[in-house]
Design a protein around this ligand. Structure first.
Ligand code: SF4
Length: 224
């Protein structure tokens, strides 16, 4: 059990959230409107794969499921890196089992540019942290990453993909990620439930799906 990008982002919002993801995921309640937003984000991500023309997608599922087969994805990505494939989508990388899949990895001569796709009209700090985590894993895998972009949803539906460069900001998070990733790795394996006092972390930057569990059954912002 190591840390993925999602684990890292959730664990940095609240360590207990990550622990519950690993040990008691059935307590999670995802509101329908959030699920709809996640689904729309996946659709947007699928469409963005073709923003630079032909591409190779690395997604492989375990037989009969929609669970990604990370080992197969890592092997497929390695093969395409070796081959020099110009655009690799869902490119998978792992370092000491910490893992990420880059939305779009685009070869530019001897280096690569990285694109993280977000179905949102404006840039948020969390998006840069997402990209920073991926840069961290790729750097440790010795992938020569040059530029880092967040692809936002532009205002024009005929041309909806709006890349915003965040290279300096994303690369600048390397130490912060390294300072936390190993602690999250250790913490998520603890047998005893991690205790965190509910507070601002329950709603920021995202509303927590364990809100009802930690607040005695009370939904966020309302009465029972
Ligand atoms: S509800 Fe709050 S305390 Fe409980 S896991 Fe979520 S963020 Fe942490």
């Amino acid at each position: 059990m190591a840390i993925t990008k999602t684990d890292f982002m959730r664990g940095m919002q609240c360590r207990k959230m990550l622990w519950l993801d690993k040990h008691k995921p059935s307590l999670k309640i995802i509101p329908p409107e959030i699920q709809a937003r996640l689904d729309a984000g996946n659709d947007f991500g699928d469409r963005a794969m073709g923003m630079f023309g032909p591409y190779e997608e690395m997604t492989v599922y375990r037989p009969g499921t929609t669970i990604p087969d990370k080992k197969a994805m890592l092997a497929k990505t390695a093969k395409h890196m070796e081959k020099g494939t110009p655009v690799i989508c869902e490119a998978a990388f792992s370092n000491y089992n910490n893992y990420c899949a880059v939305d779009i990895l685009r070869k530019r001569g001897p280096v690569y540019d990285m694109y993280e796709v977000k179905n949102a009209p404006e840039l948020h700090e969390q998006f840069v942290k997402d990209a920073g985590f991926q840069y961290y894993i790729l750097k440790r895998c010795r992938v020569p990453v040059s530029r880092v972009y967040i692809v936002l949803h532009g205002p024009d539906e005929a041309n909806p993909f709006l890349p915003v460069e965040v290279t300096t900001e994303a690369k600048g998070l390397y130490k912060w990620i390294n300072d936390n990733i190993w602690d999250l790795n250790r913490m998520q394996k603890e047998r005893e439930e991690v205790q965190v006092e509910p507070g601002e972390c329950c709603t920021r930057p995202y509303e927590c799906w364990y809100y009802a569990y930690c607040h005695g059954g009370m939904p966020s912002g309302g009465e029972l």
